[in-house]
Design a protein around this ligand. Structure first.
Ligand code: URP
Ligand code: ZN
Ligand code: ZN
Ligand code: ZN
Length: 461
């Protein structure tokens, strides 16, 4: 089965060019001069549209256990929503429960995902129990294509790792060439602030933000960078939200240390004001780190331009407003942490192009090319070029749409961006040569998505 995508502008991180794209089977086989005479089984008209590599969302949580419940998207519903939004690869977090092994955790996550994903997927591993066995098992994870390990400086008693445990895992990361991903918030200090707030009767969702000050993200980020420096481990700061944390990352990168960071659309577009919405509406915006005062957004956009922030992932972790966020009414600390977003990352970041915050090429780089290289998928993914997987999005930059829970495909009863007007819209999506989304709807299938055994981080110096 061959497909010719005609008349579009192919946008890669390296530049934009008018070209037709020939797909044969699962692969891109040629970029052709516009109008090159060639017959294919199917033709897609991309006139006036961008032809970009499918999005790679390096941070999702499908069916994630948290706070006595599970995030609301399954691998099936979450990957279908991702496809609708132009994302053709997700990397989801397998979660080690204390007292269990990393390899059984990996099996468990394969059990949830295999045969159910509509797009390709890989895993990161959350290490919440550092001991001799799990450290040894990190080697087997790397061999199994999972070479990125998330650790938490937050959530004492659940996922939290001490500095000593982090140091030991980082030593193993250094030894295996893998990368430590860090949730950098000082959870010990935060827990005290949370207890004090509750003791004073401050129970509303906004307190989630007020008890997790930006300084404690900056401090933890600096500490993680220091531990990475001492051990020689690569470090990737996940869901960076605060200017103080960005400052620490920028300084480390200026010295040439292997430190990288991602931010998320919610930190670029939403703020503490959303957390402060009345009638428990603020609970929709509870995630950690919390939404920050608006001033931080300017710094984050700057970081995206300077590449001190290299990636935008969603941290998609949806909990329904009606029955899940509700668990924390009267006690903000019991609101399940996380927000939906896997469907809207490409559109939201395109607003950065529309507003002149980032270039067209940078948009593609942040959403696809850099995650492909960071997570060992390049050049199979992240670029429209012969030999790459035909994960392709035809994107209409002049179409408009309004984000709403009434029209989104995520399995969650609200949108964090309800009513937001977007310039640009996904037109057609190919996942390994199969048209999975077009004007006629969704044509993919759960089980089409394959597990991606990943190479090491390609940015390490
Ligand atoms: O609040 C969040 N971010 N929930 C998902 C888990 C995590 O820490 O990434
Ligand atoms: Zn986290
Ligand atoms: Zn997360
Ligand atoms: Zn169709």
């Amino acid at each position: 089965m061959s497909i010719l995508i005609k008349g579009g502008t192919v946008v890669n991180a390296t530049g934009a060019v008018a070209a037709d794209v020939l797909v044969d089977g699962e692969k891109i086989v040629a970029l052709l001069a516009p109008g090159f005479p060639l017959q294919a089984d199917e033709t897609i008209d991309a006139t006036g549209k961008y032809v970009i590599p499918g999005g790679i969302d390096g941070h999702t949580h499908m069916e994630m256990p948290f706070g006595g419940t599970f995030s609301a998207d399954s691998f099936e519903t979450g990957t279908i929503a991702a496809a609708w939004g132009g994302t053709t690869t997700i990397i989801d977090f397998a979660v080690q429960v204390k007292g269990t092994s990393l390899l059984s955790t990996l099996d468990k996550w394969h059990g949830k995902a295999d045969g159910n994903c509509a797009i390709d997927y890989g895993f990161h591993m959350i290490v919440s129990d550092v001991n001799d066995t799990s450290l040894k098992e990190m080697e087997s994870c790397v061999d199994a294509g999972v070479n990125t390990f998330k650790m938490f400086m937050a959530y004492p008693g659940v996922f939290y790792a001490t500095d000593g445990e982090i140091l030991r895992a980082m030593q193993k990361a250094r030894e295996t060439g893998s990368t430590i991903m860090m949730h950098a918030e000082n959870g010990i200090a935060i827990d005290q602030l949370v207890a004090q707030a509750l003791a004073q009767g401050r129970t509303d969702p906004v307190e989630h933000g007020l008890t997790r000050p930006a300084e404690l993200e900056g401090e933890a980020t600096s500490r993680a960078i220091t531990l990475a420096k001492v051990t020689g481990s690569p470090l990737y700061i996940v869901h960076l939200s605060a200017a103080q944390a960005l400052d620490a990352v920028t300084k480390a990168r200026d010295t040439g240390q292997n430190v990288f960071a991602e931010t998320c659309p919610q930190y670029l577009y939403l703020s503490l004001e959303d957390l402060a919405k009345p009638d428990f509406e603020g609970s929709k915006y509870v995630a950690s780190p919390p939404l920050r005062p608006k001033e931080h957004q300017t710094e984050l956009w700057r970081g995206l331009r300077t590449n001190d922030l290299s990636v935008v992932s969603t941290d998609h972790c949806p909990f329904c407003f009606k029955d899940q966020k509700e668990l924390g009414r009267g006690d903000f600390s019991k609101i399940p942490n996380g927000m939906p977003g896997v469907e809207h990352r490409i559109d939201l970041l395109h607003q950065g192009v529309v507003k002149g915050e980032i270039s067209l090429e940078r948009w593609v780089e942040i959403c696809s090319t850099t995650p492909a290289r960071m997570f060992g998928l390049h050049p199979r993914k992240g670029v429209v070029t012969p030999g790459a997987d035909a994960d392709i999005v035809v994107y209409d930059p002049s179409a408009t749409q309004v984000i709403s829970a009434a029209t989104h495909h995520m399995n969650v009863d609200y949108s964090a961006y309800e009513g937001m007007e977007i310039t640009g819209k996904v037109d057609t999506v190919l996942s390994r040569g199969r048209v999975v989304v077009d004007a006629g709807g969704f044509h993919g299938a759960p089980g089409h998505g394959k597990f991606l055994s990943r190479e090491l981080n390609q940015y390490l110096v």
